[in-house]
Write a protein that binds this ligand. Structure first.
Ligand code: C2E
Ligand code: CA
Ligand code: CA
Ligand code: CA
Length: 279
């Protein structure tokens, strides 16, 4: 049995080193991704369904790996967070999304806002607020058009520091939305302490609202909560006319989802929404 455990040990060891090798490979590749221009931002429209007009876009990161093809952020953002690479990558996203917004504003689409996701690690950086401020100044964008998305779980980590930081961000003029609302662990009591502007209803609740009465009830409750707290409410993951109708019947009008468009490249976004645009 000594021999057996020895075998197990070796098996385990080689499994471990294989896994490490894979993640080291991916990590090295991710390091180079930024320098090699393999990162790209896709944009998903946010639509006001009352007027059927475009009001904004969420910036969603894509990694075009030279051999693996498109890697989902679900697969590399966690690694970027573990390694700290999320700091330079997140800054790059913010800069480039703001630069893109500035271009679109310069072309006359001045009502457009841009939503950018911040990871927990990024939010915890000491210089986060000054970085955001510098980018706003550099890109000369109207700070009100920059919407920062934070998840619920990020907020409850260290509430004192978090609230202070959010207030500093708000002082710059930027808007703050809580992403994936309803999936985290914050209590409703927290909500009123955070200087937030909007709730984004998680896709998992919007899914199937036409058939799943629990999802319908939760979605309805989040919308009512947002209305009572005078917050904007954005529905994400809207895929069908039935979902759209349900949401509108509950007075939720800001929509994001495949029913309107998947996230697309900036050029495609412009072709789709700005008839005379070249960028
Ligand atoms: P998220 O912030 O909740 O972004 C929404 C996700 O839902 C996006 O996935 C989007 O493509 C997808 N989605 C939108 N509408 C629909 C729909 O109707 N149906 C379905 N099935 N999916 C829809 P994506 O682009 O793969 O991003 C996944 C997550 O990766 C994001 O979730 C966000 O948490 C993270 N992420 C993406 N870009 C960044 C970034 O620049 N920084 C950070 N920190 N995280 C990012
Ligand atoms: Ca988001
Ligand atoms: Ca979300
Ligand atoms: Ca989500």
């Amino acid at each position: 049995s000594k021999e057996k455990s020895g075998t197990y040990y070796h098996f385990f060891e080689s499994e471990m080193s294989n896994r490490n090798l894979e993640s080291i490979k991916l990590e090295n590749a991710l390091y180079k991704a930024l320098d090699n221009d393999e990162l790209e931002i896709y944009y998903q429209p946010q639509i006001d369904s009352k007027t059927n007009t475009l009001i904004g876009a969420e910036a969603l990161l894509r990694w075009i790996h030279p051999t693996e093809g498109m890697v989902s952020p679900v697969n590399f953002i966690p690694l970027a967070e573990e390694t700290g690479l999320i700091i330079p990558i997140g800054k790059w996203v913010l800069e480039n999304a703001c630069r893109q917004l500035m271009k679109w504003h310069a072309e006359g689409h001045t009502e457009l806002s841009i939503s950018v996701n911040l990871s927990g690690r990024q939010f915890e950086e000491d210089n986060l607020v000054s970085m955001v401020e510098a980018i706003i100044k550099e890109q000369k964008i109207d700070p009100e058009c920059l919407h920062i998305e934070l998840t619920e779980n990020q907020l409850i980590r260290n509430t004192g520091v978090t609230i202070k930081k959010m207030k500093e961000l708000k002082k710059l003029g930027v808007k703050i939305a809580i992403d994936d609302f309803g999936t985290g662990y914050s209590s409703l009591g927290y909500l009123k302490n955070f200087p937030i502007d909007a709730l984004k209803i998680d896709r998992s609740f919007v899914q199937d609202i036409e058939h799943d009465s629990d999802n319908a009830a939760i979605t309805d409750t989040i919308i009512t909560l947002a209305q009572n707290l005078k917050l904007n409410v954005i529905a994400e993951g809207v895929e069908t006319q039935e979902q759209l109708d349900f949401l509108m019947s509950k007075d939720c009008y800001i929509m994001q989802g495949f029913f309107f468009s998947k996230p697309v490249k900036a050029t495609e976004f412009a072709e789709k929404y700005f008839i005379n645009s070249s960028t």
